[in-house]
Ligand binder design. Structure first.
Ligand code: AMP
Length: 592
């Protein structure tokens, strides 16, 4: 697929003159993919020539793209960990980047149970901001009139820590919301939010959610779109409304603010918003007191044109629930990004979630692709990926990641001009995910092993087989682990307390992101163990073989989601147990 390839023109008649420049930028970038990529790589190498990392691989001012590819290895986080640790410990020499590292961004991906730390530089904020600035002009092509109302977005910051060398470590969105770029952005009639900045920046998750919800309710007639970053976040907001609508309606009726809101800045900024409105309070009470919560979003925010949340990748599991609460409103997945680098945007944001493809913007970083179904070691350039093929994404960034494997598997679905578009397929090696947590097979195995020690010790029972399932039927979702047990003393079932301890032991073994979601955010519910009848896993194998699996190659799936398998497992459950406490987590212990 060469750079001359042109498909699916983006620009229709321009509804808003101010957007023309941004849309032209998208066209310019995507029409010159390979040229832009060459320029980006050359800029990154020139900027970072004096870094220890690039010197290690003998990168000189003459190194061209081919030489770069032959000299610099493709790496994972673990390869970079010693360098990253040095930076975290305070080494300010140019190790990865010639620009000073401004902070660490904590990825939801983990290494040895801890969040990955991505060094970043000041300049990257501008690049992220640039990508954000393209989203509204694209949306305006599809949804007119967004300047006639507001966006109800549930946005949150998370805790941050200081590394031993003094640098801050926090999630990329926390960094962005706290930045001048976000806090002091000029007024834009297309991006008026119902949430005051103090509510978004409030570090207490309850107070932040409560105040954002309250403002969203006051503005319910003006709201034109409802969103959060991920679908799981929006569903948590709906769950919050279910639990707290009476208190919210009371505040609205009386024009007072709940005592639970103790953050002074939040109280001050809400003072100008809160006023007694008995009619609105009654309206909210009427809507929320009905047992049937279907279509609650358009019932409370009747002018909502669409939901703005990511429902691709791991978030696809939430689509049916979102549809239920929204009455099938369109869902816009606008952007594809990570802590390492912001990648691109969806040029057709109103397309059905199953059809969403993201266009990687060639100016964001230098991108390469490892074909997943080829043994060839050669990596493909952005302008050369083939429609219909699946790839793993590799990035070289301005901040100092060189040929870094992000861990995302993408499928090329087409081109916009000469820039390929990708469907997000999955995250490599992720078995279970409720929100930003990502648990892989090794982590699950370690958790089961830890619990099995307890089981063995207390009742001489072992785990013959296990599998798992991310149950998101209720909000918050939770991990379900199915166990088939072998009791050394037949008929002597483990006591409830022992099984509950096993649940907690498994949670203690989970990575920092899981434990933070459980403890600080409450976005994952207590882990559940479902004990199944003896012989269940054999039945599972019989089922797979009947459907064509080879007996020799059959392996117990460590995670299940296929409905008939779920039905089989659930129909064999003899008992189930939940964690009765939270695992240990503190901001400092997690690297977050
Ligand atoms: P983090 O490093 O915690 O910021 O997480 C970034 C990861 O989230 C990406 O590498 C993807 O795996 C996932 N992700 C980000 N945006 C999307 C999207 N639009 N659709 C699906 N997955 C996404």
């Amino acid at each position: 697929m060469g750079s001359e390839c042109t498909m699916t023109p983006l620009l229709g008649p321009l509804p808003y003159h101010s957007d023309a420049e941004k849309l032209k930028f998208i066209e310019d970038m995507t029409m010159n993919t390979d040229k832009v990529q060459a320029k980006v790589l050359s800029e990154i190498l020139t900027q970072n020539l004096n870094t220890e990392y690039l010197k290690r691989f003998d990168i000189t001012p003459d190194t061209d793209r081919l030489a770069f590819k032959s000299k610099v290895p493709v790496v994972t986080y673990d390869d970079l960990k010693p360098d990253i640790q040095r930076i975290a410990n305070g080494d300010r020499s140019p190790i990865l980047s010639s620009h000073p590292i401004s902070e660490f961004l904590t990825s939801s991906g983990t290494s040895a149970g801890e969040r990955k730390l991505m060094p970043t530089i000041e300049q990257e904020l501008d690049r992220r901001q640039l990508l954000y600035s393209l989203l509204t002009p694209v949306m305006n092509l599809y949804v007119p009139g967004l300047d006639k109302g507001k966006g109800l977005y549930f946005l949150f910051v998370k805790s941050e820590t200081k590394m031993p060398g003094g640098l801050t470590a926090r999630p990329v969105l926390t960094s962005y919301y706290k930045s001048e770029h976000f806090r002091t952005r000029p007024f834009d009639p297309f991006n008026v939010y119902t949430s005051p900045i103090s509510a978004i920046l409030c570090p207490d998750a309850f107070q932040s959610m409560y105040s954002q919800m309250l403002c969203g309710l006051y503005d319910c007639r003006q709201v034109l779109r409802v969103g959060a970053v991920f679908a799981s976040g929006l569903l948590r907001a709906i769950r919050f409304l279910q639990l707290h609508w009476q208190e919210l309606a009371h505040d609205i009726a009386t024009g007072t603010l709940s005592d639970k809101i103790t953050d002074i800045t939040v109280r001050e900024s809400l003072a100008g918003i809160i006023h007694p409105d008995t009619e609105l309070s009654k309206f909210i009470s009427d809507q929320c007191s009905i047992n049937d919560w279907s279509k609650i979003i358009p019932r409370i925010w009747p002018n909502t044109k669409y939901l703005d949340v990511i429902v691709t990748g791991a978030m696809a599991q939430y689509i049916p629930t979102l549809d239920y609460y929204s009455g099938g409103l369109p869902t816009a997945c606008t952007m594809y990004a990570s802590s390492e680098c912001y990648f691109g945007l969806n040029l057709r944001p109103m397309s059905d979630p199953s059809q969403v493809s993201y266009t990687i913007m060639p100016n964001m970083a230098y991108f390469e692709f490892i074909p997943t179904n080829s043994n060839k070691a050669e990596l493909i350039d952005l302008a050369d990926v083939k429609i219909g093929e699946e790839y793993e994404l590799v990035v070289t960034t301005y901040a100092g990641l060189y040929r870094y494997m992000v861990g995302d598997i993408l499928h090329c679905t087409g081109y916009h001009n000469s820039a390929p578009q990708f469907k997000f397929i999955r995250r490599k090696n992720v078995l279970l995910s409720i929100e930003s947590d990502k648990t892989d097979e090794a982590e699950l195995q370690a958790a089961v092993s830890r619990a099995s020690i307890v089981l063995q010790k207390h009742c001489d029972t072992s785990i013959i087989e296990y599998t798992s399932y991310a149950d998101t039927k209720e909000i918050p979702g939770h991990y379900v682990i199915y166990w088939e047990l072998l009791m050394k003393k037949p008929g002597r079932w483990p006591e409830k307390e022992v099984m509950e301890k096993c649940c907690l032991e498994m949670e203690e073994e989970m990575n920092a992101v899981y434990r933070q979601s459980r403890v600080a955010d409450g976005s994952i519910g207590p882990l559940e163990i479902r004990v199944v009848k003896q012989g269940t896993f054999e039945e599972l194998m019989d089922y797979a073989i009947a459907r064509g699996a080879s007996i020799n190659q059959y392996k117990v799936p460590r995670c299940v989601s296929f409905a008939p398998i779920m039905e089989l497992l659930d129909s064999r459950v003899v008992s189930s147990y939940f964690s009765t406490a939270c695992p240990k987590w503190t901001p400092n212990s997690s690297g977050n």
